[in-house]
Design a protein around this ligand. Structure first.
Ligand SMILES: Cc1ncc(COP(=O)(O)O)c(C=O)c1O
Length: 380
């Protein structure tokens, strides 16, 4: 049997990881500034995480949502505290797409309306509503096409007002910082505008925090920079440090009813143990502060490179926009300097490392980046 060939992959077999370092099957060491797409939030094989998962596995790994799972309550309490949304409600699922799917569905249950506002270059996942709200025609199958999603230009307040005036809006879904879209930071005034229009029209503000959330920007949700609360926050990626888990954090104004949402795997014992380990590590080691400091340092240093067109982002969610003639940079960082980074088309290097990235590792990257940008290597 062959694998269904949908991923363009690097021919590298990573067999081991420690913190922000990973090793291939030949023993070559790589610096991981990609975190498997923003997933590794507290470092590979983090000892506290490994122990908590191992201990849990010896107790019980899985049971479904037909019994009490006290770990879910512990997780809700801890997440409420660390995210500063103690009065919100937690629904657990398994991935980012599923979190957004549930958020969009819940919004429609709540207000009985159908239209969703999403934004140009948005990425919200690959399930039916999430992909319909994703601005990439190539991944929307005919069966996912719907008139219920209205795409608006990024951070255009006039267009937003007009869409609200002309439609019965159920929800607005927005990444605080677009990830796949190239590390575009939503302006604070735009997020505030969404809040006030949602209030005025009884629409639901959904903050997609799957990539930009979980402390990565220095605040728990990047939308927090705007000083307004969303009605639903979706999250996944960094939540389990590699263990598949997603969630939505739901405003108290949205009331639950039996059967409204559901999942077999979501919130199982092992997943909760993983998510708790991540939050404990974030809390105990001030990882949000570290993300703000090391990320802030990287952003300032990167801005000094003349060849760089623009540096965008917050904390440890950083986009480095390069001119076309420097399209080789990412490959060279990987092949010559053994540093993993992400990309956003056409020419943005994306940094999404673990939140406990050290300054020494940030400097290692900056030294390699400088070497790759040297004129000699540009023409190589
Ligand atoms: C902002 C955002 N939302 C949703 C998703 C979908 O998450 P998942 O791949 O876990 O379904 C992603 C994945 O890249 C994402 O970046």
């Amino acid at each position: 049997m062959n694998l269904f060939d949908v991923y363009p992959i690097n021919p590298i077999n990573i067999v081991k990881g420690v913190g922000s370092l990973v090793y291939d099957d030949k023993g070559t060491e790589y610096l991981d500034l990609y975190g498997g797409h923003a997933v590794i939030s507290i470092g590979h094989t983090n000892p506290h995480y490994v122990k908590r998962l191992e201990d849990q596995l010896h107790q019980i790994g899985f049971y479904s949502n037909s019994i009490e799972i006290p770990l879910q309550k512990q997780l809700a309490e801890k997440l409420g505290k660390v995210s500063g949304k103690e009065h919100y409600q937690l629904f657990l699922c398994n991935s980012g797409a599923e979190a957004n799917e549930n958020a969009l569905k819940l919004a429609s249950f709540y207000n009985g309306k159908k239209k969703i506002i999403a934004f140009r270059k948005a990425f919200h996942g690959r399930t039916s509503l999430a992909v319909a709200a994703t601005d990439n025609a190539k991944i929307v199958a005919p069966v996912n096409e719907t008139d219920n999603v209205i795409f608006l230009p990024w951070c255009d307040e006039a267009a937003l007002e007009q869409a609200f005036a002309q439609n019965e809006i159920s929800s607005v879904i927005i990444e605080g910082i677009q990830g796949v879209g190239g590390i575009q930071v939503a302006t604070e005034s735009f997020l505030q505008k969404i809040r006030s229009l949602c209030d005025e029209h009884n629409a639901v503000f959904i903050a997609d925090s799957v990539q930009c959330g979980y402390g990565r920007t220095g605040k728990f949700y990047s939308h927090d920079f705007a000083g307004v609360d969303a009605d639903i926050y979706s999250m996944a990626k960094g939540m389990g440090n590699g263990f598949p888990i997603g969630a939505i954090s739901i405003s108290p104004k949205i009331k639950p009813a039996y059967g409204m949402l559901g999942t077999t795997f979501g919130g199982n014992h092992l997943a909760c143990a993983a998510a708790l380990a991540v939050l404990e590590e974030i809390e105990q080691n001030n990882l949000m502060q570290n993300a703000a400091e090391v990320g802030g340092y990287l952003i300032e240093e990167l801005k000094k490179f003349e060849q760089v067109k623009e540096v965008r982002g917050r904390g440890l969610m950083i986009g480095i926009e390069l001119p076309e003639e420097l399209a080789h940079v990412r490959k060279e960082l990987l092949n010559k300097h053994h540093i993993f980074t992400g990309e956003a088309k056409p020419n943005v290097v994306r940094l999404l490392p673990a939140l406990n990235l050290t300054k020494a590792h940030a400097d290692q990257f900056l030294t390699a980046f400088a070497a790759v940008l040297k004129p000699a290597s540009v023409t190589a």
